[in-house]
Write a protein that binds this ligand. Structure first.
Ligand SMILES: Nc1ncnc2c1ncn2[C@@H]1O[C@H](COP(=O)(O)OP(=O)(O)O)[C@@H](O)[C@H]1O
Ligand SMILES: [Mg+2]
Length: 300
């Protein structure tokens, strides 16, 4: 018997998804950096909360880090329930990321539960065929249920971060004004280039954002900002997040910054950053959408 390519793909693909499609088309944003401690999780959580609370967005945060800092820092806000993301990554499944997520006390914000087993999943992924594409596949229907999906990536360029970059439309890179953190940006940009070339040509760098900027180090900050601007031009966000003790305090209390101290300086800055992000997303999506509507016109 001759096997056609069609029947081969039929054998390999998991059949119908268990999640019914929605009517949205989320932009998927990987928040990534090669280094730890640069503000990835803080930025993911604060942006997610700002987008849901003040800008009317339906947001899903996917915690790809086995350290489970998204859940820890929001533990007083997250509803009970949810399921293991690691299981979805380890074996072929009909389930989707949205099915393991839980709601929060913040209307419009859902998160995947903290999942220490992601460390195990990262290893098991190595032996899966198409290992870089697994998360993208697990988000295909989930994307239709949200406006924005934020992926909080681990602090390395391992399988989970690569899965994040392959699943994403855009990447947002937090960086703090320390020389070592800046040197990590180049490593990440290299990985973004490789992912673009091999697996996800549409991946766009949304921008770099300086976080935890301590105003007492004005000279160093200015030097780092100009170094980044020289290398990355317009990609450097004009909105910076200052060092603000309200952020670690909110995390200790298990609440988002807006529940803990909505009048803090960082709260205002993260709302501004959320507005900047929506404008950037609109500008990177515009060419795609206008090309699509031209196609519609052309095809009558
Ligand atoms: N703007 C900020 N001001 C003060 N502390 C911050 C700020 N952003 C992050 N932090 C603190 O820095 C530490 C590392 O931040 P985190 O977001 O967990 O980094 P990453 O996810 O990149 O490892 C945390 O303890 C967090 O509370
Ligand atoms: Mg983190």
């Amino acid at each position: 018997m001759r096997l056609s390519m069609g029947s081969l793909t039929g054998v390999q693909r998991v059949t119908a998804k268990s999640l019914a499609p929605g009517n949205k088309q989320a932009v998927v944003i990987a928040v990534a950096a090669q280094k730890g401690g640069v503000g990835k999780t803080t930025t993911t959580v604060s942006l997610g909360a700002a987008l849901a609370r003040y800008l009317g967005q339906e947001v899903l945060i996917v915690d790809l880090d086995a350290q489970a800092h998204v859940h820890l820092s929001l533990r007083e806000m997250v509803n009970a329930g949810g399921d293991s993301l690691a299981e979805l990554l380890e074996e072929p499944t009909t389930r989707e990321v949205a099915e393991v997520a839980v709601g929060t006390k913040i209307p419009g914000l859902e998160v995947t539960p903290g999942c220490p087993e992601l460390a195990r999943a990262e290893n098991r992924l190595s032996s899966r065929i198409g290992k870089e594409l697994v998360l993208r596949e697990l988000l295909t229907v989930s994307r239709t249920h949200y406006d924005i999906i934020l992926l909080d990536c681990p602090p390395n360029l391992g399988n989970l971060t690569i899965n994040g970059l392959v699943a994403a439309d855009c990447v947002l890179i937090p960086c703090n004004p320390a020389m070592l953190a800046v040197s990590g940006v180049e490593g990440l940009m290299g990985a973004v280039g490789e992912v673009q070339a091999a697996l996800n040509p549409a991946l766009t760098v949304l921008g770099l954002v300086l976080t935890r900027v301590d105003q007492r180090n004005a000279a160093t900050n200015a030097m780092i900002a100009s170094l980044l601007a020289e290398n990355f031009g317009d990609l450097l966000s004009s909105v910076q997040i200052g060092a603000d003790a309200a952020l670690p305090k909110a995390q200790l209390a298990g609440k988002d910054l807006f529940a803990y101290d909505p009048h803090s300086r960082a709260a205002g800055q993260y709302v501004e950053l959320a507005e900047w992000l929506l404008a950037r997303v609109a500008s990177v999506r515009e060419p795609v959408e206008s090309a699509a509507s031209e196609d519609e016109v052309a095809s009558g």
